[in-house]
Design a protein around this ligand. Sequence first.
Ligand code: SAM
Length: 292
Amino acid sequence: MIKDIATPVRTKAILEKYGFSFKKSLGQNFLIEPNVLSRIVDHANVTDKTGVIEIGPGIGALTEQLARRAKKVVAFEIDKRLLPILNETLSPYENITVIHQDVLEADLKKAIEENFSDCEGIMVVANLPYYVTTPIIMKLLEDKLPLKGIVVMLQKEVADRISASPSTKEYGSLSIAVQYYTEAKTVMTVPKTVFVPQPNVDSAIIRLLVRDKPTVEVEDEDFFFQIVRASFAQRRKTLLNNLVHFIPNGKELKAKIEETLEHVEVDGKRRGESLSIEEFAKLSDALAKVVK
Ligand code: SAM
C-alpha cells in the first residue's frame, strides 16, 4: 500500500520539496487527517463504478483516496503551482485526470460526457475552497448535471444554512435553493485541527442527494427564485413589505399582491423565513399571474 499523502509528515515533506506557500485567496486549507478523508469518501458511497468530479485537489490528499475506490476521478484545480506536485503525488494512479481550470468556468456537462460514459453514478466530492462555496454549489445544481449527489466539506455555518428548516435564523434563500434540488444533510462536523493551515471557521461535511425531480413543481423556476429572494431581502420586514419593495413594479401592484396573498391563504404579515418551500411555490405560481 502506498503511504497516504494526507499525513502531517508526508504533506510537510511534499510542501517543502516544492517550496509551496499557501494562498489564502484561493481557500487553500489542506486536509492532513486520512481518517476524515476516508469518512468523506464513505459518505459519498463511492464504488468501483462511480465517476467522481473533485474540485480543488490541492496536493492530492482526497484525490488519491477517491482514486482508490472510484472508477475514475476528474479533478479541477485553479492553481498552476499545484500541477507539478499533483503530477508526482498522483503518479501511482491511472484513473485520475487533473484539469487546470477554474471550476466556475468549466463546462462540467462536457467533462461528464467525455470522461464518465462507462461509469454508473456520478458524484461531486471535494474539500471546497471556502471563498466560493455557494457559487460552486449553485453552479453544480443550476447546470442540472446528471449527478447522483454532492458530498463536500464546507464552513459549518454554510452547512447549517443549507440544511435549515423554516422559522430558524439559518433558513433563507440558500436553504430553499439547495433543498429544491436535493435532499440535504450535514453528516459530520470537523475540527479545525485536521487542516493545514487551520481555517478561521468551523467546518462540516454535507451530503446533497440530487432529487429525480424538484421538491415542488412550479410553473416558472426563475420567477419562483425571484419571489424567494424578494421575500428574504430584508429579514425584519413582513412578507408583504418585502414583496412590494423587491418585486419589479411591486409598489403599483400592492393591491394585487395583497389580494393574491389572501387568495393563497398566506398572511402577508408573516416573515419570509416562516414560509415552507411548498408555500413559496403556491405563492409564486399565483403571483406570476398578476405580476409578470
Ligand atoms: N483537496 C485538497 C485537500 O483536501 O487537502 C485541497 C482543498 S483546499 C480547501 C481548496 C483547493 O481548491 C485548493 O487546492 C485551491 O487551489 C483550489 N481552488 C480554489 N479555487 C478554485 C476554483 N475556482 N476552481 C478550482 N479549484 C479551486
